[in-house]
Design a protein around this ligand. Structure first.
Ligand SMILES: N[C@@H](CCC(=O)N[C@@H](CS)C(=O)NCC(=O)O)C(=O)O
Length: 218
């Protein structure tokens, strides 16, 4: 098989790109990473050449081309069943998929009001309106699963998996904007942000020279 190519956006800003990148790293899949700079005049054409949806992440695995972060994570899980990217137990697996799907499809206000920006730290903020409701829901999901899976490890279902890849960008948003969290949610964020694959993504993000003024000034 030729080496799969994962197209990603800027590591500082592209929360969707981070998710499959983390999953592929955790699974030990050998892949080539190609970064398409977002918010540049050539961005749209460059992404259109590799993604029918016009978004990154996108995967080119030879005969197979994918343009959705969750689908790419599922591909990684199929490629490396022994990496346990989903919990082994069927009930836990269903719940983990449920929690990942909630993030994939929802929490739009949280994402809009608190965009991912790994280099940034603001004064502590309070969320308002729909974003505050999103945070209440995210942290309720986290507490429910952490309370039940505490003995199995520090991640949502014990061991790190795709569901944790989906919530890692949220943990960075809480840190960037100093949003106050309950103790259980804070401990989960700390575990996500200490995971070696995330640390290595973040190191590369901090070295990027590009700035998106709109996001940086929000
Ligand atoms: N549902 C898609 C969302 C991907 C997405 O919105 N990606 C953003 C970057 S984080 C993008 O490519 N935007 C196009 C652009 O900025 O030109 C997924 O799960 O992969």
């Amino acid at each position: 098989m030729t080496t799969p190519i994962l197209y990603i956006g800027n590591k500082n800003y592209s929360s969707w790109s981070m998710r499959p990148w983390l999953a592929l790293k955790q699974a030990g899949i050998d892949f080539e990473e190609r970064l398409i700079r977002l918010d540049a005049p050539e961005t749209r054409d460059e992404i259109a050449a590799v993604s029918l949806m016009g978004t990154v992440p996108a995967l080119d695995a030879g005969h197979l081309r994918l343009f959705d972060s969750l689908a790419i994570c599922e591909w990684a899980a199929d490629q490396r069943p022994n990496a346990h990217l989903w919990p082994h137990d069927p009930q836990c697996r269903a719940l983990a998929r449920n929690a990942a799907a909630a993030m994939h499809a929802g929490f739009a206000a949280l994402r809009r009001d608190f965009p991912m920006n790994l280099k940034r730290r603001t004064e502590p903020r309070r969320a308002e309106g729909q974003a505050a409701l999103d945070i209440t829901r995210v942290t309720a999901i986290w507490r429910r699963h952490r309370e039940r899976n505490e003995a199995m490890g520090p991640f949502l279902f014990g061991e790190w998996g795709i569901v944790d890849a989906f919530y890692t960008p949220v943990a960075t948003r809480f840190r960037t904007y100093g949003l106050h969290l309950d103790q259980i949610s804070q401990a989960y964020c700390d575990a996500l942000l200490s995971h070696p694959a995330f640390v290595s993504w973040e190191e590369a993000a901090l070295r990027e020279p590009w700035a998106n003024k709109a996001t940086d000034q929000l």
